[in-house]
Design a protein around this ligand. Structure first.
Ligand SMILES: Cc1cc2nc3c(=O)[nH]c(=O)nc-3n(C[C@H](O)[C@H](O)[C@H](O)COP(=O)(O)O)c2cc1C
Length: 160
C-alpha cells in the first residue's frame, strides 16, 4: 500500500489495543498509543465512567502526549473505546491535535455492543476534516483474529 497510514489509539483495558495491532499488520502503518497519566482514571469501570463524565462537564480533558508529524500521513486511523455511547475523553484530547489535517481520518472503536452514536460524536469532534466511515468491533468479534483481520482489510480497501 502506497498510502502512509498512522494508527493512533487509546485503550483503557486492552481491547482497542488488540484492534489497533491488527490494523497495523493490515496497513503496515505506524502505531502510536495515546497515553494518559496513571492517576487520571481508576481501575474500576464505574469510577472511570464518573471521572470521564466530570471531564466532559468541566471541559478539562485529560492531558495526552503530542503525536508528531501528523502531516506526514495520508490517512490517520483513530481508535478508542466507546464510553457512554461517545468518544472517550483521551481520544477527544488527541483530536484537538488534528485540526487542519489535510488527509483522511477514520474512526475505529470497540464497545460492549452499543456504539450507534459513536461516529456522529466523532464527526462533531473533527468538523471540517475529511472523515470517512469507521468500523466498530467488540471483544467477541476480535477473538477470531483471522476473521477480524479480513473485516479490517476489507474496510481499509473501502476507505482508501
Ligand atoms: C467508562 C466506560 C464506559 C463504557 N461505555 C460503554 C457504552 O456506552 N457502550 C458500550 O457498548 N460499551 C461501553 N463500555 C465498554 C467498552 O466500550 C468496551 O469494553 C471496550 O471494548 C473497551 O475498550 P478498551 O479495552 O480499549 O478500553 C464502557 C467502558 C468503560 C470503561
Amino acid at each position: 500500500m502506497s498510502e502512509k497510514t498512522l494508527i493512533v489509539y487509546y485503550s483503557w483495558s486492552g481491547t482497542t489495543a488488540k484492534m489497533a495491532k491488527l490494523l497495523q499488520k493490515v496497513t503496515n502503518g505506524k502505531l502510536e498509543e495515546i497515553k494518559v497519566g496513571a492517576d487520571v482514571f481508576s481501575n474500576d469501570m464505574y469510577q472511570t465512567s464518573d471521572i470521564a463524565q466530570q471531564q466532559l462537564v468541566s471541559g478539562e480533558l485529560p492531558e495526552v502526549q503530542n503525536i508528531s508529524n501528523l502531516s506526514d500521513y495520508d490517512l490517520i486511523l483513530v481508535g478508542g473505546p466507546v464510553w457512554s455511547g461517545q468518544v472517550s475523553t483521551p481520544v477527544r484530547s488527541f483530536l484537538k491535535q488534528t485540526s487542519g489535517f489535510q488527509g483522511k481520518i477514520a474512526p475505529f472503536y470497540t464497545s460492549a455492543g452499543s456504539d450507534e452514536k459513536y461516529e456522529t460524536d466523532f464527526g462533531k469532534l473533527t468538523d471540517g476534516l475529511d472523515v470517512v466511515t469507521g468500523i466498530g468491533m467488540t471483544s467477541g468479534s476480535l477473538q477470531n483474529e483471522e476473521s477480524a483481520s479480513t473485516q479490517l482489510s476489507d474496510w481499509i480497501k473501502q476507505i482508501n
